[in-house]
Ligand binder design. Structure first.
Ligand code: DGL
Length: 267
């Protein structure tokens, strides 16, 4: 029988953005197999309601259970904000989201105790970051800002474009006036815009939740004694999407810096 520890890690997102998490999981856990699902037929989640996002994530979790994964990483900030606590209670595998990892890292870096978070409209509306911070470090302050145009800018490959810089200034200059020393990039796509964001948030430490969650997954697998015992072959990554794979594979390079193949599935 296949060992539980040698099963793949499931990672899912509303679309292509979760590949920032895949990249970091590969970096910190190079031996683990991965099943990735991008809900490209229904992206974006960032402007959808709680009930809709919860329904979508249950459908994806059912798919993940059929794939016999040993753990699921909810790479999407919007899905983590709305669904994580429910998914954790419903499924028989550990489910990890990006919110906790980002908040925990921000606390470690913030010296003044003033943290900022940027994300999609739904993530900011959910107040998931505020709730988490209030639970683990209530003495810290959080200032949040939604940046809804960042996702389409990245997906249209306008990464270092002047228009992106101008929009970033509009979103972020108000944040620079609030005295934050740490900024959580609370959306899968925002690490891709790090250079532009850094130009405006000069002395502010940027927290990339995708690397924070990968490190957390590594720690958890070790703690649970669930790391793969396979040593003699390269890890396998399978990519699944809910719409035609062409568009997904076209933009995947921006996130992964390599070409991939994906398969369309109906979930
Ligand atoms: N993956 C989403 C997130 O991190 C961004 C894209 C979307 O709106 O679906 O919130």
């Amino acid at each position: 029988m296949e060992l539980l520890r040698n099963r793949p890690i499931g990672i899912f997102d509303s679309g292509v953005g979760g590949l920032t998490v895949v990249k970091n999981v590969c970096k910190y856990l190079p031996k683990e197999d991965i099943i990735y699902f991008g809900d490209t037929a229904r992206v974006p989640y960032g402007n959808k309601s709680r009930a809709t996002v919860i329904r979508f994530t249950h459908e994806i979790m059912t798919f993940m259970m059929k794939q016999k994964v040993k753990m699921v990483v909810v790479a999407c900030n919007t899905a983590s904000s709305f669904s994580l606590s429910i998914l954790k209670k419903t499924y028989p595998v550990p489910v990890v989201g990006v919110i906790d990892a980002g908040v925990e890292r921000a606390i470690r870096f913030s010296s003044k105790g003033k943290i900022g978070v940027i994300g999609t409209s739904s993530t900011i509306f959910s107040q998931a970051y505020e709730k988490r911070l209030a639970k683990i470090a209530p003495e810290y302050g959080l200032i949040s800002k939604s940046c809804p145009l960042f996702v389409p800018l990245v997906e249209n490959k306008l990464i270092n474009d002047d228009i992106t810089y101008r929009i970033a200034k509009k979103y972020l200059i108000p944040l620079t006036k609030k005295g934050i020393d740490t900024l959580i990039l609370g959306c899968t796509h925002y690490p891709i815009l790090k250079n532009v964001i850094k130009k405006i948030m000069k002395d502010v430490k940027l927290i990339d939740s995708s690397s924070a969650v990968a490190k957390k997954v590594k720690k958890m697998l070790k703690h649970m004694d669930m790391e793969t015992s396979r040593r003699n072959r390269k890890s396998r990554i399978k990519y699944y999407v809910s719409d035609d794979a062409k568009g997904f594979c076209g933009i995947a390079g921006v996130f992964l810096r390599e070409k991939i193949k994906a398969k369309k599935v109906i979930i």
